[in-house]
Ligand binder design. Structure first.
Ligand code: NAP
Length: 560
């Protein structure tokens, strides 16, 4: 054990590290880079065998980002963004993984990242003002600060199907895909789930499999990706104004530059003009672009219906069999209220003779069998099954760890009725415990890399401030947390999002509290709120002096 260097190591109990970071995806890697630059002793624990997070685990065929590569990348180093060349408009999983690995090497981060190590618990020792962290390798360590860089979609969910252990074929989850390639050639394959992952993998499996059965419970809206190679001159043109584009992104609701903000409501235009607007977006490709056609698509149901009807028409025009087209057509929720999917040839796939869509809403899956799958009404012989069944999103990876704050309060208990945070960054009763893109922040409703950088920058500033001011513990005031939770809920309730059952609300996980978890007030607005809070002396936060027995006081009172 060595003394903490944060404040010269005089008043605090000695700790193994100043900061423990859980996870080495985009968030953990960048947090390590920033905090190490403060001169802190940082340790990152990563469950996977390499860095990469989401892009390490989701290596299924067709896995690709939905955000343009030039946007879905770090902005913190101009050298990095100038030297890296993205091959395609939307990067494939392998390219993004190579990029994160390059970042880890380029900034010499690997020496502080311990892979193949899962964090099992993080328990606050109130007296010492330290977090005790226990890991799957049987070791434990202490740190003053704990940063959860655990990701929003990192706890895969396998529905509780009977008979899974008896299934004699191979089965896979998209979020836990094996490193070695999987060959479906000549096989009868079943894919369960038609969210973003299913919609990406289905067209590719269809090209290999002898027969593909897609088991769909709820149809999703999808718009074309129109992915293409990035021409060297276009990439160079973007790089020559990279600083400008990054600044632009900061001022958008979703952290992505290059999309002119809509100026009209959908019903301001005639039907003919509106359809021409949607058609142009459809041809250009991209989900952000499509939902940004009009100002009110996510707040006004009548406006939303015009966009939803447009996509419904496209499905009917693309899918030749009218009954299959009807099954693929979402009717029960507004477009965009569940994550709008991006695809390459998804609807066209159902015109192939070897592909069958099975409606498991009207005929639910009853059990897996040794040779396949049985619904209430039919039997499907299968050689392989792909679960594209999603994640226990946003809170899942946090709740998976035994986290205990003041008075040994488990986070699982505090959040039993839904997550409660201030700004999605911290939660009362868990001092010096930060969450990157936590519930109550824009997170999945923004460009994740942009959201991550903003959060890590804020956390780094906060930890740096504590060190500079010789302060000990920071956490939100209960009132600030209550007000923020109310604001997050009110903001969501003013939109169409809560009208859909989705992983945004936790409704995909039986027994999970139904709360709309992301902040949908816009990344730009949120960033300004965070900046204001900091400028106001960390408004809404309380801090203690460095002495272990010092009483908490409003942060502003203690910061010079
Ligand atoms: P998802 O959107 O939650 O989809 C899961 C699918 O599995 C749904 O169709 C769901 O049906 C189905 N399902 C779950 N349990 C089932 C059961 N017991 N029986 C039958 N069907 C069942 O998960 P995902 O596709 O992995 O995507 C999650 C998120 O990850 C996306 O929304 C996106 O944010 C991100 N992602 C992004 C990309 C990208 O950038 N291109 C790619 C993949 C994932 P119900 O809808 O009826 O529940």
């Amino acid at each position: 054990m060595t003394d903490s260097e944060v404040d010269g190591g005089q008043e605090h109990a000695a700790s193994d590290y100043d900061v423990v970071i859980v996870g080495a995806g985009f968030a953990g890697v960048y947090a390590l880079h920033r905090l190490r630059a403060l001169g802190l002793r940082v340790r990152v624990f990563e469950a996977g065998s390499d860095v990469g997070g989401t892009w390490f685990w989701n290596r299924y065929p067709g896995a690709r980002c939905d955000v343009d590569s030039v946007e879905y990348s770090f902005s913190f180093s101009d050298e990095l963004q100038q030297e890296w060349n993205w091959p395609e408009r939307y990067s494939a999983q392998g390219d993004i993984l190579r990029y994160i690995q390059h970042v880890a090497d380029r900034f010499d981060l690997r020496r502080d990242i311990q892979t193949n190590t899962r964090v099992l618990s993080a328990i606050l020792d109130e007296e010492a003002g330290l977090w005790a962290v226990e890991t799957s390798d049987g070791n434990s360590c202490t740190a003053r600060f704990c940063i959860m860089a655990t990701g929003n979609l990192s706890l895969p969910r396998l529905p509780d199907f009977a008979g899974l252990k008896d299934f004699e074929g191979k089965w896979y989850h998209t979020g836990l895909w094996p490193e070695e390639p999987v060959d479906f050639t000549g096989l009868r394959v079943g894919v369960i789930g038609t969210g973003s992952s299913g919609i990406q993998i289905i067209p590719l499996i269809a090209q290999e499999a002898r027969e593909l059965f897609v088991f769909q419970r709820t149809p999703n809206f999808s718009v074309p990706a129109r992915n293409h190679p990035l021409a060297a001159e276009d990439l160079q043109a973007h790089k020559s104004r990279y600083g400008y584009w990054r600044e632009q992104a900061q001022d958008t609701p979703f952290g992505i530059a290059g999309h002119a903000a809509p100026t009209k409501n959908a019903l301001d235009d005639s039907e003919e003009v509106r359809n021409a607007v949607y058609e142009a977006k459809w041809r250009k490709g991209g989900s952000v672009s499509f939902l940004y056609s009009y100002k009110d698509l996510l707040t006004d149901k009548a406006a939303n219906d015009t966009a939803a009807d447009f996509v419904r028409r496209k499905i009917r025009e693309t899918v030749k069999d009218p009954a299959t087209a009807e099954l693929l057509t979402p009717r029960d929720y507004p477009i965009g209220a569940r994550r709008l999917c991006l695809d390459t040839g998804y609807y066209e796939t159902y015109n192939r003779p070897n592909v069958t869509l099975v409606d498991v809403k009207s005929d639910p899956i009853e059990t897996l069998t040794p040779t396949g799958l049985r619904t209430e009404g039919a039997e499907y012989p299968l050689d392989a099954i792909v679960f594209a069944t999603g994640f226990d999103a946003i809170t899942g990876a946090l709740m998976d760890i035994d986290i205990r704050g003041r008075e040994a309060m488990p986070l699982r208990e505090k959040w039993a009725n839904g997550p409660r945070t201030y700004l999605g960054l911290m939660t009362t009763g868990f001092p010096n415990f930060f969450i990157v893109t936590g519930p109550g922040s824009p997170s999945v409703k923004a460009n994740m890399v942009c959201a991550i950088e903003q959060h890590v920058n804020w956390i780094t500033g906060c930890i740096g401030m504590l060190a500079g001011e010789r302060l000990g513990l920071i956490e939100p005031e209960p009132g600030a947390e209550d007000d923020w939770v109310e604001h997050v809920n009110e903001t969501a309730d003013a939109t169409l999002y809560p009208l859909a059952e989705s992983w945004y609300t936790g409704s995909n996980v039986p027994g999970k509290a139904r709360v709309f978890m992301p902040y949908v007030g816009g990344f730009n607005r949120y960033r300004e709120i965070c900046d204001d809070v900091t400028r106001d002396g960390y408004r809404g936060f309380v801090v203690c002096g460095a002495e272990p027995d010092s009483e908490p006081a409003p942060a502003a009172a203690l910061i010079r």
